[in-house]
Design a protein around this ligand. Structure first.
Ligand code: XMP
Length: 534
């Protein structure tokens, strides 16, 4: 639980069960270290089939136990020829489960089943043309496939001889066998990447494999996600009580709405209002959850306590720790009053689950301490979003009636405006920053850029500059506008906002926000900068 979006706190739990939605029919995406394994899994779900990513070390016995409707072997960075190249348990090919190999996955099928994978004289990266062999009716492409189509490749090795019983149905300039098919054994392979947007017919191929060849049902729909989640939560919580720390971010909000759908008034949400939220944000959280969703909500107005504690604190890490520690204290005080609550709801997502254990080695900022909960809280965990990707979480949120402002809310750090006010945090500075920030965000929305920009916000610098307004000398604070594009916040680029938009923001901030006489735009990418200023 964390009052900010991507980072989750570290909570030790007494029981490890997730209460997450998982229907009976599953497609296993076997990960060979591909950068695209998650994308493949998401594409499968877009085609309304539930998918999970599993390690290539999975055994045939484990696969048999899971009874997947199909298996997709991902690409990967290795060559099948190197020592210790990841391989698939050969017995998996004998289970009769439909298999599609992509890139490295296709090469592995060829090599493990008796074909040959050669080292090409030249790799093939980017767009190329797949040509279907004359007279070959490809099951994988289907009867209506054009004789030639654009596909996206990224490989060096290539299949040169197909295993016995297979046919090579298509080629590209540097992949003599780009389509590998064995209808009888229901094993197919493609050298190219159908999961990427640069392969225009890629989704059609995945659709064909899943629905026509493997016989998967289109059962992973919003309705079924909500229904199976609700069932799983009820089974886990029984007659118990749960609490949920709401941050206003999409993950904790959707988790709370789902759990409320499952157990109603036996869920209590705690919203710790640090006073460091954006303009109108706390009111919106209360309005949405208490009034619209009818969720029992404890709104702890702790702004004064946070300001008091932050007096004189200027060093960024001290600030983060101060805010984080007080947050825990306040949360504990509030949740202690909820009798018999034994479950804690957390908004952990599927990518967090896949990536856990591979956290960054170097600590740049103490994110995970801020807004996280301590190790010794005695709760059982309920994580209803544990199997969902972010786009699915947003859809579930909309379906459950949460407003766009929450479902599409940009990430917001746990310590809130505290790390966007450089130097000491005071009530006056919070008010100035809230107003300037509201203008930046409103103008981004008005320009229709809200969903393109990862984060856009204002920072209040701890310096004063000289200006002139109406023939008068001014000496006031500058506001810095920060807007970045990113996929995951690990790296980011400064957004190329139109000059007109920057001009409107600047004019509005100077004219409407007292105490500001200058506006600057931050043009630092990450790295070397971080997204937040502290
Ligand atoms: P940085 O500044 O490290 O931020 O580039 C990366 C992403 O994380 C968000 N952020 C936080 N989220 N608690 C959070 O939940 C935190 O303490 C925290 N600090 C930064 C930041 O907004 C960006 O999206």
């Amino acid at each position: 639980m964390s009052p900010g979006d991507p980072a989750e706190g570290s909570v030790a739990v007494t029981g490890r069960s997730s209460a997450a939605a998982a229907p009976r029919q599953v497609v296993l995406v076997v990960d060979f270290g591909a950068q695209y394994a998650q994308l493949i899994a998401r594409r499968v779900r877009e085609l309304q089939v539930y998918s999970e990513i599993v390690s290539h070390e999975i055994s045939a016995a484990e696969v048999k136990e899971r009874q997947p409707a199909a298996i997709i072997l991902s690409g990967g960075p290795a060559s099948v020829h190197v020592d210790h190249a990841p391989r698939l348990d050969p017995q998996i090919f004998e289970l009769g489960i439909p298999i599609l190999g992509i890139c490295y996955g296709a090469q592995l099928i060829a090599q493990q089943l008796g074909g040959t994978v050669g080292r090409n004289s030249q790799g093939e990266y980017g767009r190329t043309v797949l040509t279907v062999e004359p007279g070959c009716s490809s099951s994988l492409l289907g009867p209506d496939a054009p004789p030639a189509q654009t596909v996206w490749m990224s490989h060096f090795d290539g299949i040169t001889v197909v295993p016995e019983g297979f046919v090579g149905c298509g080629s590209s300039p540097n992949a003599p066998i780009a389509l590998l098919e064995n209808d009888q054994r229901r094993i197919w392979g493609v050298q190219y990447h159908p999961e990427v947007g640069h392969t225009p017919n890629g989704m059609a191929l995945l659709d064909r494999f899943l629905h026509d060849l493997a016989g998967c049902q289109p059962s992973w729909t919003m309705g079924s996600i909500i229904e199976t989640s609700v069932e799983a939560i009820r089974a886990r919580v029984g007659d118990g009580r749960a609490i949920c720390g709401l941050s206003g971010g999409v993950d904790s909000s959707v988790a709370a709405a789902l759990v409320h759908r499952a157990i109603g008034h036996r869920l209590t949400c705690v919203y710790v209002d640090t006073g460091l939220m954006r303009l109108g944000e706390s009111e919106q959280v209360v309005e949405t959850f208490q009034r619209h969703q009818g969720i029992e909500l404890i709104h702890v107005r702790a702004g004064d306590r946070f300001l008091e504690r932050l007096a004189g604190v200027t060093e960024p890490e001290d600030k983060r720790k101060t805010i984080g520690e007080l947050f825990i204290r306040v949360f504990e005080e509030a949740s202690g009053g909820i009798e018999d609550a034994e479950f804690l709801v957390q908004g952990t997502l599927y990518p967090d689950v896949i990536e856990s254990g591979t956290a960054d080695a170097a600590k740049i900022k103490s994110h995970h301490n801020v807004g996280g909960l301590p190790e010794d809280l005695e709760f059982e965990l309920v994580e209803p979003l544990r199997n969902l990707f972010k786009d699915e979480v947003r859809k579930v949120g909309s379906q459950l009636g949460l407003p766009d402002e929450i479902v599409w809310r940009q990430p917001f750090p746990g310590p809130g405006l505290g790390v966007r006010i450089i130097g000491e945090v005071t009530e006056e500075k919070v008010a100035v920053l809230q107003q300037a920030d509201a203008i930046v965000r409103a103008e981004i929305v008005a320009a229709g850029l809200e969903r393109e920009i990862w984060q856009a916000f204002a920072v209040l610098a701890d310096i004063k500059t000289v200006g002139v307004m109406g023939d008068e000398r001014t000496y006031a604070h500058p506001i810095i506008i920060r807007a970045v594009t990113s996929d995951d916040a690990m790296t980011a680029d400064w957004a190329r906002l139109p000059y007109d938009l920057l001009e409107t923001m600047s004019n509005r901030i100077i004219n409407e926000v007292a105490g500001v006489n200058r506006v600057a735009y931050d043009i630092t990418s990450k790295p070397p900068g971080t997204i937040e200023w502290e």
